[in-house]
Design a protein around this ligand. Structure first.
Ligand code: RIB
Ligand code: CA
Length: 313
């Protein structure tokens, strides 16, 4: 088997983040060098603990979990307890973690790892606001050419926004960080709402996790049952969009996704459209095509991959 792909997962768990982390830990093709938590869905004290809970659920207390930024670069923190519950991981009852949080600051871990590992060998998988990644790029600009790729869940264009009419949550929480990352020149693969809204946790798909008859399967079904209720009501769909696992699935089976290289610029001035990802999908400007923007997914293939890989844990 070729050498496993080295990744750092930057995350604000979050039920969908949790499923993404489980997918990564259930896949031998990936070598998770570390998990850095960021404030987002819920405050950092919860996101870092949730990351450790998920590692232990996966039977991987060896994974290094770090706490990163406690708030966005400029704006006050906006959280989403209305979606994820007070703990950010409502749904299953998961034990308090016993594995320890790493002492090192998550942003320093990102910089140190990128400066140590072979240039171009580490992929950043970003599942929450981009604060940690932006801080790492500002703290040590030399990491930019050393990053193989940034694969992130964030933004939206044809689908509009989910926290304001024009902005998706991860970008909205820290639009200035997103602006730093999208201007960095690092190759970006973007999983916006346009693609994640096509990956719905229908009752049949959630049942497939429950039928696994495992701790991981039961917990995943409980996570999704809780997480989807808000979006089902909002969108009137059977199930809610399963956002963050799209990032990890892309690394494992890129052929599940379709998109195109576009210019993407982040709105950081207008309060009305703050955090909007302005995607030049039709190429009407000559601005640099700084992101591979995904718009379609083989949803059945995506969920089959999830069940197969979570079944390994
Ligand atoms: O808008 C969806 C994104 O915001 C997902 O990453 C979800 O976990 C929340 O962080
Ligand atoms: Ca997230």
């Amino acid at each position: 088997m070729p050498q496993a792909r080295k990744i750092i997962i930057d995350t604000d768990p979050g039920q969908d983040d949790a499923v993404a982390i489980l997918l990564a830990l259930g896949s031998d093709e990936l070598d998770v060098l570390g998990i850095t938590a960021v404030a987002g869905n819920v405050p950092l004290e919860f996101t870092e603990k949730n990351a450790r809970k998920i590692c232990e659920l996966a039977g991987r207390p060896d994974i290094k979990v770090f706490a990163g930024a406690i708030r966005p670069l400029v704006r006050p923190l906006v959280t989403a307890e209305h979606v994820h519950g007070k703990t950010g991981l409502d749904g299953p009852v998961l034990p308090e973690p016993t594995m320890k949080l790493q002492d090192q600051y998550g942003v320093d871990f990102i910089v140190e790892t990128l400066m140590r590992e072979e240039a171009g060998s580490v992929t950043l998988c970003v599942l929450g606001p981009l604060t940690n990644v932006a801080l790492a790029l500002i703290r040590q600009p030399r990491i930019a050419p050393r990053i193989r790729e940034i694969v992130l869940m964030g933004g939206g264009f044809f689908e509009g926004g989910n926290i304001t009419p024009t902005a998706e949550f991860n970008i909205y929480v820290d639009p200035h960080a997103a602006d730093v990352v999208f201007r960095s020149g690092v190759p970006i693969v973007m999983m916006p709402l346009d693609v994640t809204h096509k990956a719905l946790t229908t009752a049949k798909r959630v049942e497939a996790f429950r039928k696994m008859g495992s701790k991981v399967g039961d917990a995943t079904a409980a996570l999704l049952d809780f997480f989807e209720r808000f979006d089902e009501e909002k969108y009137g769909t059977d199930g809610g969009p399963l956002h963050d696992p799209c990032v990890i699935a892309y690394l494992l089976r890129p052929e599940l996704f379709k998109g195109r290289h576009c210019n993407v610029v982040i709105e950081t001035a207008s309060e009305l459209t703050m955090g909007m990802t302005v995607v030049d999908w039709w190429g009407v400007t000559d601005r640099a095509r700084n992101a591979l923007v995904m718009r379609d997914i083989d949803a059945d293939g995506f969920f089959a991959l999830l069940v197969e890989r979570l079944g390994r844990l």
